[in-house]
Design a protein around this ligand. Structure first.
Ligand code: SAM
Length: 282
């Protein structure tokens, strides 16, 4: 017996399953359901996000038993389910109720509902939660945020061990090496292709008004560093693996805490054991 999200029960069978998939359309994630049914087999990006996961899968621990994971902007839960299959306890958050309904339904199809919890939340709401997570997936969301550095600062504080970051980017892989303390009269280096830049998209990109920003590669690395993270691996498909860098804590944990407190209404504090910021703030 299958239960669709409208609460109507249907007798299990491939036809019923396909009807439920159709009821829950449109899908952004092409989930491969246990009976082989796919939720978005004609996705314009291909078998999405399976092809991204195939790039990433070998770079994360195979065994995630005992790990907690947070999937930010989880959509229909593709990454949440992959992490749960490896043993993690996963929380997926998204602001979109349509996608959350898909994710909750799919969790039941996979029998993973005990391992995965989906919640309606904005990225910024994480500032008002206490939990930290061993692994944070922050993919496909940064450039959708009206306030991207605020979102990244908040998410980075939630990471105990690893974060996977992915964003839409600007073309180019150059990095201008020394961006320290330019003279006010000599700002030309900022026009160099490798200077960290984030293009602002005022009028939609690919028809989507929530595509607000496109950082270049240098800006991805710079903003992650500024959020207290160290990039350990850069995979294809605009994917970066990073970890907290106790030698380079975010300024929100040191001299600039007042700004994030003003923006969020509270301290968004890392409680990592070796975070030196504790000495500054407590
Ligand atoms: C491009 S999709 C990426 C989905 C998935 N993370 C992936 O990489 O395949 C962006 C997702 O982020 C969600 N999202 C956008 N802005 C958000 C916000 N401020 N807080 C939480 N989720 C957000 C959208 O609803 C959508 O499900």
């Amino acid at each position: 017996m299958a239960v669709n999200t409208s609460g109507v029960e249907s007798v299990g069978g491939k036809g019923d399953l396909q009807a439920e998939v159709a009821n829950l359309a449109p899908w952004f994630h092409n989930l491969h359901l246990p009976d082989g049914t796919q939720t978005a087999p004609t996705h314009p990006l291909g078998d999405f996000p399976l092809y991204k996961w195939e790039r990433l899968a070998g770079h994360l621990p195979q065994n995630l038993e005992g790990w907690s994971a947070l999937d930010v902007g989880c959509n229909a839960g593709f990454y949440s389910f992959e992490l749960a299959r490896r043993g993690a306890r996963v929380t997926g958050i998204d602001l979109n109720l349509h996608y959350l309904a898909q994710a909750k339904w799919a969790a039941r199809q996979y029998g993973l509902q005990e391992r995965v919890t989906f919640r309606e939340m904005q990225v910024y709401d994480l500032a008002h939660t206490e939990e930290m997570y061993d692994l944070v997936i922050f993919m496909g969301v940064f450039y959708h945020l009206r306030y991207p550095m605020l979102g990244l600062d908040i998410v980075a504080q939630k990471v105990k061990r690893l974060m996977v970051f992915q964003t839409l980017t600007m073309p180019g892989t150059e990095v201008y090496e020394d961006t320290h303390n330019l003279d006010i009269e000599h700002r030309e280096p900022m026009t160099d292709p490798g200077w960290p830049k984030i293009a602002f998209i005022e009028h939609k990109l690919a028809g989507d008004p929530t595509n607000w920003w496109a950082p270049n590669h240098a800006a991805v690395e710079a903003t992650l560093r500024a959020a207290g993270m160290r990039v350990t691996e850069r995979l294809g498909h605009e994917i970066y693996i990073c970890e907290p860098d106790p030698d380079n804590p975010a300024c929100i944990n040191t001299w600039n805490s007042a700004e994030i407190i003003s923006a969020t209404g509270r301290r968004v504090m890392s409680r990592r054991r070796d975070d030196r910021s504790d000495q500054v703030l407590e």
